[in-house]
Design a protein around this ligand. Structure first.
Ligand code: NAD
Length: 512
């Protein structure tokens, strides 16, 4: 049976993106809600990965040669294709990842919007420009441009199987690179669907975006395949392995790792709005969101009201696999063990479970925990489940101190009705992104960079920084006319450097 038939969402003419190698070993991806097989995929070995990267390298030349306009129109065709088939892709995401159809639509919408921004802004951000030559090279013209790296390898997770990898794929393509994408072994069908969609939408540059499937070994092979950069999104332990593998070939890396994002609810916050956002930020997508709210620090002035609002809202949520469910099953069976360990540890160390706290097969009930100590796993490690801890703090300063004490630093949220205070707290939050009076909003602003600090990684996708991330800066000078004295020549007169020293004294010497 061909991949197209197994997937039933990929048309025959576009299949072949992942099964053209003579790879004998295969693996199944399954629906986390029902266990039904979604698709069967090759386990690509190092040879297959090397072959794919070689094909991509050839395509990279053609893709780069299309220029900004050529790429913009083709990226637009890709987003048009995705937008026209948004329900088909959302259905596949629902079946393979488990999230609700509605959440899948939201996710794909974000990815499409980023694709549009990346394609439309690449020239302005990366294109050639003149820069000032300064005093010492005044007789030269100076040029700056950002050149593609060739082939970018992208290794993705399963929790946002469209939006997250597309944050690298869209920006890398817009910057003029070809891409080889290794989706998570839990969501290979979505990766294959995206590559098939690309082939269908952009047939004259079909090999500029290809997919390889498999487990960690396939990802490791991509790290060693000589790509120009490796963009990794996943857990910190795997990130360390990826960095070590990439070090062998001096392949630069981008690390988008896990988070333990906090919400700070200050004295003057709109408590009902903060509670509503906290519940959604913590529990949508079954809490499997790298930038999800995992812990809340509420000041004494608002704590009781906030806890009451959150518990009331959380009680109303029902996990399930139907259209009316608030969120779906855990995508990975093993993640329920992590959630259970965090719950047990929270209770053993003095925490109280006000809502939920049960795990039924793949479904974790909406869970609200209070009084868990800062050292408990539920407060300091990434839980990645529909759970939230709420901690009473004296004031926003204490909340910020506790927020920043965690080694992660991906994102966070501040609720306050004082613009100045909220902005100041957001600036001082040790994270790559912060939303004030909302959660996760920065991810929907294509012009804003996305990425973490500390254990949450480094490098940026999205926005201008995200485009530059997949390029190398190229500096060029061009002599416009000769000066009577050429300082960079053995033929310069002996007194020339003395004159230069005098000029330096006049221009800079007065600064103390
Ligand atoms: P993971 O680290 O288990 O796997 C990520 C990817 O790495 C998978 O494709 C996997 O096959 C591959 N991989 C495994 N071993 C490898 C190796 N030795 N060499 C190369 N590749 C290898 O992570 P996951 O469970 O898929 O994703 C969940 C994690 O991702 C969470 O920690 C979450 O917070 C994080 N995440 C971060 C962001 C972000 O933007 N910062 C976004 C989404 C998810």
């Amino acid at each position: 049976m061909s991949l197209a038939e197994q997937l039933d969402t990929v048309t025959a003419s576009t299949a072949g993106t992942v099964d053209r190698h003579a790879t004998a070993q295969t693996f199944e991806s399954t629906n986390p809600a029902t266990g039904a097989v979604v698709g069967v995929f090759p386990v690509h070995d190092a040879d297959a990965v090397a072959e794919t990267v070689a094909t991509a390298r050839q395509a990279a030349g053609t893709w780069a040669a299309l220029g900004y306009d050529g790429r913009r129109t083709r990226l637009a065709a890709f987003r048009g294709y995705l937008a026209r088939r948004i329900h088909e892709l959302a259905d596949l995401v629902h079946r393979e990842n488990g999230k609700t159809h509605a959440d899948a639509i939201l996710e794909i919408t974000l990815a499409i919007d980023h694709l549009a921004w990346a394609g439309n802004h690449a020239r302005t951000v990366l294109g050639p420009r003149r820069v000032s030559s300064g005093m010492l090279a005044a007789n030269h013209a100076s040029y700056l441009e950002y050149r593609p790296l060739g082939v970018v390898g992208v290794i993705g997770p399963w929790n946002y199987p469209v939006f997250t990898p597309m944050g690298s794929i869209a920006y890398a393509l817009a910057a003029g690179n070809a891409v080889v994408f290794k989706p998570s072994e839990h969501t290979p069908a979505i990766g294959a669907w995206l590559a098939a969609a690309w082939r269908a939408a952009v047939p004259d540059a079909a090999d500029a975006f290809q997919v390889v499937t498999g487990f960690g070994e396939t990802g490791a092979a991509l790290c060693g395949a000589g790509v120009g950069k490796l963009a990794f999104t996943g857990s910190a332990p795997t990130g360390r392995k990826v960095m070590a593998a990439c070090a062998e070939t001096l392949t630069p890396v981008l690390m988008e790792l896990g988070g333990k994002d906090a919400m700070i609810v200050d004295d003057d916050a709109d408590v009902a709005a903060a509670a509503d956002a906290a519940v959604w930020g913590a529990m949508s997508n079954a809490g499997q969101t790298c930038i999800g709210i995992e812990r809340v620090y509420a000041t004494s002035a608002v704590y009781d009201r906030f806890v009451a609002e959150v518990t009331a809202k959380a009680r109303d949520l029902r996990p399930g696999s139907d259209d009316d469910a608030a969120y779906g099953p855990m995508t990975m069976a093993s993640q329920t063990d992590v959630v259970r360990r965090h719950l047990d540890d929270a209770v053993e160390t003095g925490g109280r479970v006000l809502v939920g706290g049960t795990v039924d097969g793949r479904y974790v009930s909406p869970t609200v925990i209070v009084d868990a100590p800062e050292t408990s796993a539920a407060v300091c490690e990434e839980t990645f489940g529909p759970t939230i801890t709420i901690t009473r703090v004296r004031d926003a300063e204490e909340a910020l101190e506790r927020t920043n004490a965690n080694p992660h630093g991906l994102a966070g949220s501040v609720y306050s009705n004082s613009k100045a205070k909220a902005m100041e707290l957001a600036r001082r939050m040790k994270s790559g992104m912060t939303s004030i009076n909302s959660v996760l909003t920065f991810a929907s602003v294509p012009a804003l960079p996305f990425g973490g600090v500390g254990e949450s990684g480094f490098g940026r996708i999205h926005g201008e920084d995200g485009l530059k991330e997949f390029t190398r800066a190229k500096a060029i000078t061009r002599k416009r006319f000769s000066l009577p004295v050429d300082l960079m020549s053995f033929g310069r007169p002996a007194q020339a450097t003395d004159a230069l020293a005098r000029v330096m004294g006049m221009v800079h010497g007065r600064h103390r």
